[in-house]
Design a protein around this ligand. Structure first.
Ligand code: PPS
Length: 303
């Protein structure tokens, strides 16, 4: 989410959320014209799209898929950033950039379903949707807003809580995002995974992804993918950790993409009243949605 503009020489550029066909884009980062073209991009069977609401594990998937492409050989990934090899759909500059990307073309995106290539609905290409429990998403996004210069700095947690609940952030409403994608899952080649299952058992999720993508990796190669995709390793891997983003966009002194990487951090920020309110909204908005989430680390420990 943090690249794609060329404001490295600007003293100060005012980024703001701008409504485009019912979805907020970030002015100066996203081009509404290019975003509108995505719908008509021709899709090949080998195309892969990782779809996430912000702060749900996007860069984690970039690392996993990148490593899978090189069969777990991390030395083969040293010369290029993950964000260059697996770019953001909403940040590409033109259709030509998409068309000429080497196969398999792998992209990540926070865009809602309605903007994505029509071909996906004809079961061309593959979609991996990564969801994370929305309370942890909210907290991770709050911390991200404090150091991301292209997003409005929240006054405090309460202020951000309100913005998130109203969907007044890039990505819009979490509930609508997950519902819009998951309600169309049968139209696409679609794999749904969660951040929490990756925390619980990364290896089995990596195996699931490999099988979905038809990748034949040996057990050792799979081990390598898993080992190189742990929080600790990624945090220190400049190809994966987004430390290359210029300070004009991310104030690295105030935060990091690889922040905590855990489940249940919402408990450090939510008040009891906020938690109750969130639960009420969650129950109401998700009442017809057959998805469940893990809210705390203790739920991950099998007795
Ligand atoms: S963004 O800005 O939307 O692209 O951010 P995104 O990559 O989706 O989400 C960032 C959060 O994912 C965590 N992360 C990980 N957690 C555990 N293990 C690994 N390997 C990993 N990689 C990324 C990252 O720490 C952010 O979560 P928080 O809660 O802020 O730590």
């Amino acid at each position: 989410m943090a690249e794609g503009c060329d404001h490295s020489s600007c003293e100060a550029f005012e980024y703001k959320l701008v409504l485009h066909r019912g979805f907020k884009l970030i002015s100066g980062i996203h081009s509404p014209e290019v975003v509108d073209q995505i719908h008509n991009f021709e899709i090949q069977d080998s195309d892969v799209f990782v779809i996430t609401y912000p702060k749900s594990g996007t860069i984690w998937l970039q690392q996993i898929l990148r490593l899978m492409e090189v069969k777990g050989d991390v030395t083969a990934t040293n010369d290029q950033l993950n964000s260059e090899c697996i770019p953001w759909m909403e940040l590409i500059k033109s259709e030509q950039q998409f068309v000429s990307a080497p196969s398999p073309r792998i992209h990540v995106s926070h865009l809602p379903y309605k903007f994505m290539p029509f071909g996906l609905k004809q079961k061309k290409g593959k979609v991996i949707y990564v969801a994370r429990n929305p309370k942890d998403v909210l907290v991770s996004y709050f911390h991200f807003h404090k150091y991301a210069n292209m997003l409005e700095t929240p006054k405090d947690f309460d202020d951000f809580f309100e913005k998130f609940m109203k969907g007044n952030v890039f990505g819009d409403c979490w509930f609508e995002h997950v519902k819009s994608w998951c309600s169309h899952k049968d139209e696409m080649n679609f794999l749904y995974i969660t951040y929490e299952e990756m925390i619980k058992d990364l290896r089995s999720v990596v195996e699931k992804i490999a099988s979905f993508l038809g990748k034949n990796l040996t057990p050792q190669q799979l081990n390598n993918v898993v080992e190189q995709s742990t929080f600790k390793i990624m945090k220190n891997n400049p190809q994966a950790n987004y430390q290359h983003i210029p300070d004009i966009l991310l104030n690295h002194k105030l935060g990091s993409f690889m922040r905590k990487g855990t489940v249940g951090d919402w408990k450090t920020c939510f008040t009891e009243a906020q938690n109750e309110r969130f639960d009420k909204v969650y129950q109401q908005k998700m009442k017809d949605v057959p998805l469940t989430f893990i809210w705390d680390m203790s739920e991950l420990i099998t007795p």
